[in-house]
Design a protein around this ligand. Sequence first.
Ligand SMILES: [Ca+2]
Ligand SMILES: [Ca+2]
Length: 423
Amino acid sequence: MGELLNVSDAEPNDVHSGEEEQPVPAEESSAGKASVSSGKDARSLKKIVMVLGALCVILAGASAVKLFGGTSNASPAAPAEHGAEAETPASKGTSPAQASTAHKKKQRGGNYFLASRGAKASGCDRPETMIDGNSTEYDGNNGYSSYDMNNKQLQGCVVTLPKPVEISRIRFLLWDKDERSYTYQAFVSPDGKTWKMIEDASKKECKSWQDIHFNPQPVQAVRIKGLTSTANSYLHIVEIEGYDDGPVIPLRKAPKDGALPAVADLHPGLWAEYYDDIEGYPTIEDKPLLERPETKFDFGSMPPPQAPGQGLKGWPMGGSCAAIFSGYLKIDKQDLYTFFLVSDDGSKLYIDGELLIDNDGMHGMTELWGQLDLSPGLHRVWMCYFNAGGPMGLQLHYKPKADDRKAIPPEMVFHNPAEKRRP
Ligand SMILES: [Ca+2]
Ligand SMILES: [Ca+2]
C-alpha cells in the first residue's frame, strides 16, 4: 500500500483527488516475473530457467524508493529519454511479444498516431491522453486513459486515422508505476470496420511498453482490447504509437549445431561483434562497428553513459547498442552446468544450437539461469545482447554442479576464425 502513496509523492504538483478511477497497486505478487520463464520450463526438461532477477539488480535496493521517491526532474518510463530511472526493474517489464520482435527501427514518417496529425482516440475515459505524444508525464491520477474490462459493451481503446496509412509497427505504453501486469489482444483495421488480430497477448504477463511488428499494411485504426489486469478490472494506456518501419528485417540467428571444428583450428575467445546505435538484436542487414575476440563476459552494469565510449568493463560503446558472441565452449569434464545470464536490456544464450536462456525484452539487470548436462569436448555457443538505451549491463557466469559460481574463464572459450558468421 505504501507504493500508492509513493506514486502520488512522485508528482506532488499533479496530485488532485480526481473522481477518476485510480490504478491501485497489485497485490504482492511475483507472477509477472515468474511468467518470463514459465513457457520454457514447460518446453524442456533439460532446462530449468527461472527469474531470480528483476530482484538481484544494481538498483534492487533502491528501486522502490528511487523510482517513486523521485528527483524533481525524473522522467519515469521514457524509453527514448534514457533516464537513469527509466529502466529499474520495478518500472520496466516486458512481454515475450515485445521481445521476439525487437529489431532495428526505421520509423519512416514518424508516429502517425497523434492528435496533431489528425488521429482520434475513443473507447475509453480520457482517450486524448493516448495520442497526445506524451509518454513520460503520468502518475496515479493523470496522463493515462482507462476503461473497465468488465464492461462487455466496451471493446477496447481505439485510435483512428483520418485515412489508411501503411503501418508495420505499433507500440503502446501500459501504465507501469507498479508491478501490475496486463493481458490483451491488439487489432488493426484497414477501414475502421473489419479487424485483424496482430497480437494475442492473452497468455502473457505484459508490462510497460509493448512493441508489435507485423507486415506492412494499410491501417486506419488500431484497437487494444484489454483482457485482464493483476490489479483490478481496468486497462490503462499512457500512449499508443504507430509507425511504418518498412518490411520486417530478419534477426541474426544462432547457427544450428553442425560439424565441430578441430581444436587445432581454434583461437582463444568467443568472436564478438559489437553493433552501435541499434535498439534491438542485430538484423541480417546490420553491420558491426567492431569485431574482436572476447575472453571475458563479465561486463557488469552501468548507468546511462555520459559520453560516447564510456562503457562497462571493457565494453566498447554506450547507449543503444547490441552484440553477438559466437564460438565454442571447451568442457573438460562431464557435469551438470548451470549458466547465469544477467543483462540490461535483453540477451539470449544458445548452447549446441538450442536456446538455453531467454532473457529477452527491455528491462533492468535481470538474471535468468539454465542448466545443461555437458559432455567433455567442444560445444557451440552463441549469445546475443541489446541495450535499447539507458542503463546497460551484461554478465555470463557458470557453475559446475559441485563448484562455486564464477565468470566464464578465458581458457573455456574459443572461436574458429575461418567460420562465416554473417549472411
Ligand atoms: Ca499520453
Ligand atoms: Ca537499458
